[in-house]
Design a protein around this ligand. Structure first.
Ligand code: GRF
Length: 217
């Protein structure tokens, strides 16, 4: 692992298919980052197995063992800081982070949300999109700030909703999009092209007033 590569911690709570896309793209030398640790707040998260199989350090601290959000977040930061991360990638990490934590890693946290933000923040997005009869859906990579699903947007993958498809089918199609756009955006950060400054995302020295949009089928 060279010192110039971006030291990345990936935080998960579940399956870790996004984590796997990072592991695969690092193996094929497509990314300027290394995963220094994978953290889960759930001991049975399958992503921990994916990480261990790839020889990556893992850690689990269960949030139920902590009295409140901030004491869990402090334990989490204590663990992460031992790995000196340059970037935190939230990949299906089902915890709201405290303002203290977000400030501790200011400008260094990315998240992926399965909707075309600002549309459909929150949970159960695929079913809600189908119920509303939307024509378009997708996923958004954004910086994490104190506002839930509200930080500056960086990159979106957009795809047409197929008439009559189920929430399961739509979920799979959106996840395939995520596996492309999340490593791409994280790599911009790793290469120093993407930054958060004064609450605004910048790419290649220009303000990203709107996210970059990639179209998928
Ligand atoms: C992804 O769809 C992501 O958008 C959301 O949680 C899901 C995680 O999936 N935040 P996986 O654990 O990466 O398979």
């Amino acid at each position: 692992m060279s010192d110039s590569r971006c030291r990345t911690a990936i935080l998960i709570s579940g399956s870790g298919s996004n984590l796997q896309s990072f592991i695969d793209k690092i193996a094929s030398r497509e990314l300027a980052l290394d995963i220094v640790t994978v953290f889960s707040n759930c001991a049975d998260a399958y992503g921990l197995t994916r990480a261990a199989d790839a020889g990556i350090h893992t850690c689990c601290i269960e949030h139920a063992d902590y009295a409140d959000r901030e004491s869990f977040d402090q334990a989490l930061a204590h663990e992460l800081d031992q790995h000196q991360p340059d970037l935190l990638v939230l990949a299906g990490f089902m915890r709201i982070l405290s303002p203290w934590f977000v400030d501790h890693y200011a400008g260094k946290i990315l998240n992926i949300h399965p909707a075309l933000l600002p549309a459909y923040p929150g949970l159960n997005t695929h079913q809600r999109v189908l119920d509303a009869g939307e024509k378009w859906h997708g996923s958004t990579v954004h910086f994490v700030t104190d506002e839930l699903d509200g930080g500056p947007r960086v990159l979106q993958g957009r795809l047409p909703v197929d008439p009559g498809e189920s929430a399961e089918q739509l979920t799979k199609r959106v996840q395939a999009v995520e596996h492309q756009i999340y490593p791409e955006a994280a790599n911009w950060f790793a290469e120093g092209r993407l930054k958060l400054r004064d609450g605004t995302a910048w790419l290649d020295g220009k303000v990203l007033a709107e996210p970059i949009v990639r179209e998928f089928e």
